[in-house]
Design a protein around this ligand. Structure first.
Ligand code: AMP
Length: 208
């Protein structure tokens, strides 16, 4: 099954994509994670993406499309995949249709004030990618990773100015994809406001 997860930052796409990928045995392909890995490895792509990402803007379509096209040609993606954070613009969606067949686009629907709360409270243990939330899923010791005791950080783009910009970029450039997939007849919408277990249950129901 080839799936696209659509929705604003903070909607929980990454968390649900990780769980569903484990469940179905298919890869979770997050363009945000791929760019963060490129940044950490200081590749040419990573260096290009760094300032753009910190501001919450979008990496240019041609770079993003080329990266995804290559990723989808890898062996593990031949039985299906979950795309999380791609496509994010109409040109990306059109390009994707040229090299992939998407069976369903799942839209994660959440109110704006919940998104802002989720994003601004998010903390990350960078070496492992473990995610916490100061209020909804706090670490045992404030500011420290449960397993290693190492420092948690706040993603540069989870700071207030950047969050505001990411939500605007979503409204301007990504929200039109809802109509795009609706027009193709393969959009399903789930309420992503409840706690993770409940959202996961709904996700499995709409895909069954
Ligand atoms: P995410 O982890 O999905 O919130 O993505 C973090 C950042 O990576 C975004 O704010 C963009 O700067 C960049 N990014 C991720 N996916 C894309 C995409 N499909 N197109 C352009 N930029 C992207």
């Amino acid at each position: 099954m080839n799936l696209v997860f659509l929705g604003p930052p903070g909607a929980g796409k990454g968390t649900m994509a990780g769980r569903l990928a484990d469940d179905l045995g298919i890869p979770h392909i997050s363009t945000g994670d791929m760019f963060r890995a490129a940044m950490a490895n200081e590749t040419e792509l990573g260096l290009k993406a760094k300032a753009i990402m910190a501001a919450g803007d979008l990496v240019p379509d041609e770079l993003t499309i080329a990266m995804v096209k290559e990723r989808l040609s890898e062996a593990d993606a031949q039985k299906g995949y979950i795309l999380d954070g791609f496509p994010r613009t109409i040109p990306q969606a059109e390009a994707l249709d040229g090299f992939a067949t998407i069976e369903k686009a799942v839209r994660f629907d959440v109110e704006r004030d919940i998104l802002i709360k989720r994003l601004s409270g998010r903390r990350v243990h960078k070496p492992s990618g473990r995610i916490y939330h100061v209020e909804f899923s706090p670490p045992k010791v404030e500011g420290k990773d449960d397993e290693t005791g190492e420092e948690l950080i706040q993603r540069e783009d989870d700071k207030e100015d950047s969050i505001r910009n990411r939500l605007k970029v979503y409204d301007d450039q990504t929200a039109p994809l809802i109509d795009y997939y609706e027009g193709k007849g393969n959009l399903v919408t789930i309420d992503a406001a409840p706690a993770p277990d409940e959202v996961f249950g709904e996700l499995k129901r709409v895909l069954a």
